[in-house]
Design a protein around this ligand. Sequence first.
Ligand code: NI
Length: 137
Amino acid sequence: MNVTVYRKAHFNAAHRLFVPEWDDERNAQVFGKCSNPNYHGHNYELEVGVTGPVDSTTGFVISLDVLKKIIKEEVEDPFDHKNLNVEVPEFANLIPTAEHIAIVIWNKLRTKIESHLDISITLYETPRNFVKYNGAS
Ligand code: NI
């Protein structure tokens, strides 16, 4: 019997979406306000789901205290109040779209959560714009 447990988290971060080979006009056409050369912020809302069997001893899929700590160390501490393009190494050569941020978060959490548990990421860039990623290629 698999159950999914969820933990919500939040971080504020700045970014700029742009393709370096394109001029500002073309970047603005494709990325709109998110291509502002002077960066801008979003209030990101993150929902992490962990799916697996309920441990017969603890009654947990994963301790939410443990999951909270992993999310803090892997996502909130390195991303919160940061300029993703400039200060977060994963985005040095990767456009920090919501899609890419979700993939980066999933990959970071994957290294910290036991491999028999499945991970799903829902990332809201705005209240109405969000992406989901579960590791499927
Ligand atoms: Ni943006």
